[in-house]
Design a protein around this ligand. Structure first.
Ligand SMILES: Cc1cc2nc3c(=O)[nH]c(=O)nc-3n(C[C@H](O)[C@H](O)[C@H](O)COP(=O)(O)O)c2cc1C
Length: 274
């Protein structure tokens, strides 16, 4: 048992200063040090990639994503970093949700606002990179490729599967543009709700998880899907003592010149130093 009483000098007056110093020291030694933290949080299972190496890296990426969903150790196992580049060469990155890894097609799907920062950057420079990271599984996937908009019908179908509040939100938010205040944004949301005659929306509206099929909110033309056609993949698994296992796959995409790609040349495989 520690505590202030034990810092009372024998026969002397209680010293706040001495107690503070002693407690401070105790706090320092009781707090987990970074190395303890990592020991507790991770039992690093030295992994290696399958041998022989898989011919189709996207199949492995899709299997790892499915495993992360099953493990349910993080709220959004399909969260991925999307990196784009602006006209001035300035890179930018943000999280978006991976809707699908389409292995036979060779592309990854996500959705967003076409007029957002990422949307305008992709319109100018369609090359982009993705990173998926599953900490609990000690795995990372890096993907590079060329981004094109999904077919309208695909975006349409997907938009209509979204909860009605999210559909209203797509109308209310001019993503990435400045707004005067939070109140102004909420008013834009309410105005969009009024426009489509929805139940009440906004922070003070009752939570409504019902499907509400009668609430018709069309898709704004500036909102939709993207397909990142993959021409490079890196599979990464954590190894002990930082001797991770990394393999990079590269191929050249073939295009029909109509925003559609038809797969590509066979994958070239190279193992990389960690
Ligand atoms: C877990 C998570 C999931 C997200 N999913 C998406 C998404 O699927 N699409 C999207 O446009 N933004 C998503 N966002 C918001 C983006 O990170 C980002 O704030 C927004 O797209 C604006 O980015 P931009 O200004 O660079 O275009 C998500 C954010 C988080 C943290």
């Amino acid at each position: 048992m520690g505590g202030a009483a034990s810092h009372r000098p024998p026969g002397g007056r209680f010293s706040h200063e001495r107690a503070r110093t002693a407690l401070g020291r105790q706090a320092l030694t009781d707090e987990p040090q970074p190395s303890d933290y990592h020991r507790r949080m991770t039992s690093i299972p030295s992994q290696t990639l399958p041998s022989p190496l898989p011919e189709e890296p996207l199949a492995i990426a899709a299997a790892w994503l499915a495993e992360a969903w099953t493990l349910a150790a993080q709220p959004n196992p399909n969260a991925m970093t999307l990196a784009t580049v602006g006209r001035d060469g300035r890179p930018s990155a943000r999280i978006v949700l991976c809707k699908d890894i389409v292995v036979p097609g060779g592309y990854v799907r996500f959705v967003s606002n076409y007029q957002s920062r990422k949307g305008t950057e992709l319109a100018h420079e369609p090359r982009a990179a993705l990173v998926l990271h599953w900490d609990h599984l000690h795995r990372q996937v890096r993907i590079e490729g060329t981004v094109v908009r999904s077919p309208e019908a695909e975006s349409e179908d997907y938009f209509q599967t979204r909860p009605w509040q999210s559909r209203v939100g797509a109308w209310a938010s001019a993503q990435s543009r400045p707004v005067g205040s939070r109140d102004e944004l909420i008013e834009q949301l309410r105005a969009a709700g009024r426009r489509f005659d929805t139940p009440p929306v906004g922070p003070d509206a009752p939570i409504d998880n019902e499907r509400r099929a009668h609430v018709k909110v069309p898709r704004p033309t500036y909102w939709g899907g993207y397909r990142l056609w993959v021409d490079a993949v890196e599979l990464w698994v954590e190894g002990a003592y930082r001797i991770h296992d990394r393999v990079r796959y590269e191929r050249t995409l073939q295009t029909d010149g109509q925003d559609e790609f038809t797969g590509g040349s066979p994958w070239q495989i190279m193992r990389l130093q960690p």
